[in-house]
Design a protein around this ligand. Structure first.
Ligand code: PLP
Length: 411
């Protein structure tokens, strides 16, 4: 398994940005999360990046300003977040958005009429909706493929293919896709974008594996406290960055300074939180795996997972999300979902608190039923996001829910 992240790209000057005096290739992930983009405020010495709650910036003379003129185009709090997150993904450029879906939309801004996308079959529901219900109206088409099958990916490529849209691990069945192998299929002019939301850069860094773009719903692990919706697109390619930044300003789906601040603050503890998420999830997975009434368990940290070797190679840990099917079918699964006391019955993942959900209804509502069945996303499936509470309490909660649900399922 790879060691904890330590690779670092040189900090470069950014539009409106200051050079960070702490940037150093030798610094570790946790240090960079707390330091990059976060020099003391040049105006006041404020140790913590201030929340620049301003729409506009006063100019000394017409066109003469300190690098900021209007907060849709640039804001110092947002810039600090963008520098921090880009660095954690071993890249130079980050562009943040008001949601993960706004970030996804910015990636589609790289496409033109007639372009074609090859996408992971088990893609996030909101991205599926964007690719199937919005983009076709602009003449952009998508082929969804099982990306664990490289021949299927090759067969899906057409002369119009511009973008490979990869999501790994997939949701909710935690299938792992080989990022380096997909990047190896790319021809000049084609772009590989990876949704890295489920891992965070602490566990997986697609750009190091050859992807052009890595992007996140920062709503999940990066902010980590379930109190902000946000997104980011990260690249090391200056030309792609230019286009994404142009889209951010042209469309205007920016995060406000308060949200940028909270996300920056959340990401400072990403290393600490991810270690705990993984440690807790491994204990919960082992506990579920040992139960007779758990029929299937999907977690890349289990040696029985079909891509266990790949997960070990590609990720620095198997993450905090898993799905399972219980004996007793859909009725019992729904009974478990309403019986947990610590695990909140809620969509989303990656926060410090543990969540449970029924993917068919709660996260994959926008995917047609036949497609869900073909993917194995059925009503007997439950997904959990393991938080960083005391793991003994989490297991006790699952135990009481599994026990109570047996009564419900029989009744
Ligand atoms: C949540 C999520 C998104 C969408 O992000 P929002 O912040 O909800 O807009 C995209 N991809 C994945 C994998 C997600 O979990």
């Amino acid at each position: 398994m790879p060691t904890e992240p330590s690779v670092h790209s040189q900090s470069t000057s950014r539009p409106n940005g200051r050079e960070s005096d702490v940037a150093s290739p030798s610094r570790g992930f946790a240090t960079r999360a707390i330091r990059i983009g976060q020099d003391p405020d040049s105006a006041t010495g404020s140790t913590i990046v201030p929340i620049y709650q301003t729409a506009t910036y006063t100019q000394q003379a017409v066109g003469v300003h300190k690098g900021f003129d209007y907060s849709r185009s640039g804001n110092p709090t947002r810039l600090a977040l963008e520098r921090q997150l880009a660095d954690l993904e071993s890249a130079r450029y980050g562009v943040s958005f008001g949601s993960g879906m706004a970030a996804a939309h910015a990636i589609t801004g790289l496409l033109s009429q007639g372009d074609h996308v090859v996408a992971t079959r088990e893609i996030y529901g909101g991205v599926h909706r964007l690719l199937t219900m919005i983009l076709p109206r602009y003449g952009v088409t998508t082929t969804f493929v099982d990306m664990t099958d490289l021949d299927a990916v090759r067969a899906a490529i057409t002369p119009a293919t511009k973008l490979f849209w990869v999501e790994t691990p997939t949701n909710p069945l935690l299938t792992i896709i080989d990022i380096a192998a997909i990047a190896g299929l790319r021809k000049p002019g084609q772009i590989v974008a990876v949704d890295n939301t489920f891992c965070s850069p602490f566990l997986q860094r697609p750009i190091e594996l050859g992807a052009d773009i890595t992007w996140h719903s920062t709503t999940k692990y990066i902010n980590g406290h379930s109190d902000v919706v946000g997104g980011v697109v990260i690249t090391d390619d200056a030309e792609i960055h230019q286009q994404i930044a142009f889209h951010q300003n042209a469309i205007g789906a920016i995060p406000g300074p308060q949200d940028a601040y909270l996300t920056l603050r959340g990401a400072k503890t990403l290393a600490l939180r991810m270690r705990e998420h993984v440690a807790n999830a491994q204990v919960v997975a082992a506990w579920l795996d040992a139960r007779d009434d758990v029929a299937d368990l999907y977690y890349p940290g289990l040696p029985a997972h079909p891509q266990y070797e790949l997960a070990q190679r590609q990720m620095a840990g198997p993450g905090g999300v898993m799905s399972f099917r219980v004996r007793g079918g859909a009725d019992r699964a729904l009974a478990i979902a309403r019986s947990t006391k610590l695990f909140n019955l809620a969509a989303s993942l990656g926060g410090v608190e543990s969540l449970i959900c029924s993917p068919t209804v709660m996260t994959h509502g926008s995917i047609p039923v036949e497609e869900k069945i073909a993917l194995g996303v059925t009503d007997d499936l439950l997904r959990i996001s393991v938080g960083i509470e005391d793991v003994a309490d989490l297991i006790a909660d699952l135990e009481q829910a599994l026990t109570r649900s047996q009564v419900f399922a029989v009744a």
